[in-house]
Design a protein around this ligand. Structure first.
Ligand SMILES: C[S@@+](CC[C@H](N)C(=O)[O-])C[C@H]1O[C@@H](n2cnc3c(N)ncnc32)[C@H](O)[C@@H]1O
Length: 273
């Protein structure tokens, strides 16, 4: 059986082709995609998009005729199994992580890609956790100031940087990140890149998050004084909640079979000026 499938609510910065999968798809209005899909393909799409808010809203998925319940159940089970194989975090043996460090790290390969998008400069990683991004920036040739208020996690970040051979490129600072920016930004080199991967909370809202859910990001944005800022925010984050002119958003997908069709996080960029 074939189904007429209509997906609405894809933000313009979302990689629609990767998220929607095999089509062919037609974009019939901004953010609205249509295709004729077989029952297994339609069921797989429904399972993949289920509950995944993007840019502050849940994309809607309409199928006519509806996909039979048995096919829906089979697709959800297959999707849940496939999701186990996701992009690895730190891959080197000997890395140290507490619980928060483990669930909040940026997978090593994604941190490296993110860092390589910028010419080498000084990067301030504000709330560096166990060091996933700080290490990625250092491996990409940047000098890094890694600020973290949790002494144990900062010690883990320092240890992990040694494991990756980049400790000499990172200055570790135990401090409140907002106080650090407020006190030191006037003396920062130009250009400097401020980076924030704020805590999302374990139970972050999969449908919609806004700047009000990420107080560390809100405080650093308020204190950045015209310096360029990069932030890693949840897929469900609504960029319209950030009152910054010229803000851009970019969705980052995973690299493993279980997350290659899933937005792992969104990168916001607030330009200098
Ligand atoms: C999501 S984790 C960072 C993960 C890191 N990017 C990685 O890939 O390993 C956020 C970190 O911000 C720290 N943090 C939150 N608020 C802070 C503040 N005001 N000052 C300094 N650190 C803060 C938390 O302790 C936590 O370790």
């Amino acid at each position: 059986m074939m189904h007429a499938v209509v997906v609405e609510g894809m933000p313009p910065w979302a990689p629609a082709a990767a998220l929607l999968g095999p089509g062919p798809w037609r974009e019939t209005a901004p953010g609205r995609f249509e295709a004729m899909l077989s029952t297994p393909a339609a069921a797989a799409l429904g399972a993949a998009l289920r509950g995944q808010g993007l840019g502050g809203r849940l994309p809607s998925v309409e199928m006519a005729p509806p996909v039979p319940r048995a096919a829906v159940r089979a697709a959800r089970l297959a999707d849940a199994r496939a999701r186990r194989d996701t992009t690895p975090g730190f891959t080197r043996p000997g890395v140290r992580l507490d619980d928060e460090g483990r669930y909040s790290w940026t997978p090593e390969a994604l941190a490296l890609d993110l860092a390589r998008a910028w010419p080498p400069r000084e990067v301030w990683d504000l709330g560096c956790g166990a060091g996933g991004n700080a290490i990625g920036f250092a491996r990409a040739g940047h000098r890094v100031v890694a600020v973290e208020r949790d002494a144990g996690r900062l010690a883990d970040a320092r240890h992990n940087a040694r494991v990756y051979g980049v400790a000499a490129s990172i200055r570790f600072v135990e401090a409140d990140a907002v106080a650090y920016v407020t006190e030191h930004l006037a003396r920062a080199p130009d250009p400097v890149l401020l980076f924030v991967d704020p805590p999302w909370g374990v139970a972050w809202n999969r449908t919609r998050t806004t700047l009000a859910d990420l107080p560390l990001l809100a405080a650093v944005l308020a204190a950045r004084n015209g310096r360029a800022l990069l932030a890693k925010v949840p897929p469900s984050f609504d960029p319209a909640s950030v009152p910054v002119a010229g803000l851009t958003s970019r969705a980052v997908l995973g690299l493993a079979p279980g997350d290659a069709r899933r937005v792992k996080f969104v990168v916001l960029e607030a330009p200098a000026g």
